[in-house]
Design a binder for this molecule. Structure first.
Ligand SMILES: Nc1ncnc2c1ncn2[C@@H]1O[C@H](COP(=O)(O)OP(=O)(O)O)[C@@H](O)[C@H]1O
Ligand SMILES: [Mg+2]
Length: 319
């Protein structure tokens, strides 16, 4: 009989006789401790004894039924296209819809914590350098939403990654893999440009969401990015482009609509409903609020709710 640790995914053999004797003594569940990462988690005895009969809630954190998180990175080499705004609000929306979400900020600007009104003492740097255990690096930002914050200190981490003689591209995966089964979604915000940390993100995530600002001429940047992603896919087949999200849609002027039409022609399979231009999105961060808290009735709040439905595949989410 096998028990899988929901934190580090290590498999442990257990004696079926011991499990049966617990069940016969009237116990419904027991607390297990992972021999590898020391994580304590409940084991439902019925689940182990009758695995086929279990109709549990998929979100229940039990040993044998918790699925690994979906790992979605929000990225494009160009700055100012809505990566951070989308990462924070999509993460907050998925959390509001009842999912357990981790937002990982891999940008040295550390904007995510600012938008969420937080000043964490530790974050991704301390996790990557192993200075602190994971539970001390994560901050509970909102109900169901944890944050691994970014910031200036990540610049030092990039240098450490650069100096590694092999396996450098897996540094982030090694640090984040133990967290996999604690969450339904792990969203990763990236900095503009192309560096070792972004390569690390693309070796960790399995899905890519690319925001494309309809304000500026973005299609060249998008096709360049798709080329770079193709280069990564040669070494890591699991990563795929899933969503192209048009942002800054201003229907009062023609340009954005023309660009949207081009996107629709070129990439119909990835295209999401656009996020409209709305000043609320640039005002909310100075209040430390997500769009759902700052302007819940606004049109962009509805746009981000629609994105939550698209990504989660749950048409009843946040309606
Ligand atoms: N749909 C939108 N309408 C108006 N302003 C927006 C919108 N999306 C983002 N912004 C603002 O534009 C700026 C750049 O967005 P940001 O998410 O930081 O981009 P990136 O992370 O790609 O650099 C921020 O000030 C943000 O508040
Ligand atoms: Mg950003």
């Amino acid at each position: 009989m096998i028990i899988v640790c929901p934190q580090c995914a290590r498999k442990h053999k257990v004696n079926p006789g011991t499990i049966k004797s617990y069940a016969e003594s009237g116990k419904k569940n027991v607390l297990a401790t992972c021999r590898s990462c020391k994580f304590k988690f409940p084991v439902i005895l019925d689940t182990l004894l009758n695995p086929d009969e279990v109709q549990g809630d998929p979100k229940t954190e039990t040993a044998s039924i918790k699925k690994p998180a979906r790992k979605i990175c929000i990225t494009l080499s160009k700055g100012g296209v809505g990566k951070t705004t989308t990462s924070v609000n999509l993460a907050a929306g998925l959390a509001l819809a009842g999912n357990k979400v981790l937002l990982v900020d891999t940008d040295t600007q550390g904007q995510s914590s600012y938008i969420l009104g937080l000043r964490p003492n530790a974050g991704l740097t301390e996790l990557l350098t192993k200075e602190l255990p994971a539970e001390e690096c994560l901050v509970e930002a909102r109900k169901n939403l944890s944050l691994l914050s970014g910031g200036k200190s990540l610049a030092g981490v990039k240098r450490i990654i650069d100096r590694k003689s092999f396996g450098a591209e897996w540094t982030l995966s090694e640090a984040l893999n133990p967290l996999d089964r604690q969450f339904d979604y792990i969203l990763i915000d990236t900095s503009p440009g192309w560096d070792q940390l972004i390569v690390n993100v693309l070796f960790y995530a399995t899905e890519v969401l690319v925001p494309v600002a309809l304000e500026v001429m973005p299609l060249h940047g998008l096709s360049e990015f798709i080329k770079s992603l193709g280069a990564i896919q040669k070494y890591r087949q699991e990563i795929e482009l899933k969503y192209i999200l048009p942002t800054f849609l201003d229907s009062r002027i023609k340009g954005p609509q023309n660009l949207y039409d081009q996107l629709e022609k070129l990439y119909p399979q990835y295209l999401c409903q656009p996020i409209r231009y709305n000043d609320c999105l640039s005002e909310a961060p100075s209040f430390g609020k997500t769009i759902f808290e700052f302007a819940p009735g606004s049109n962009v709040s509805e746009d981000y709710r629609e994105l939550v439905r698209k990504v989660s595949g749950d048409q009843s989410a946040l309606v």
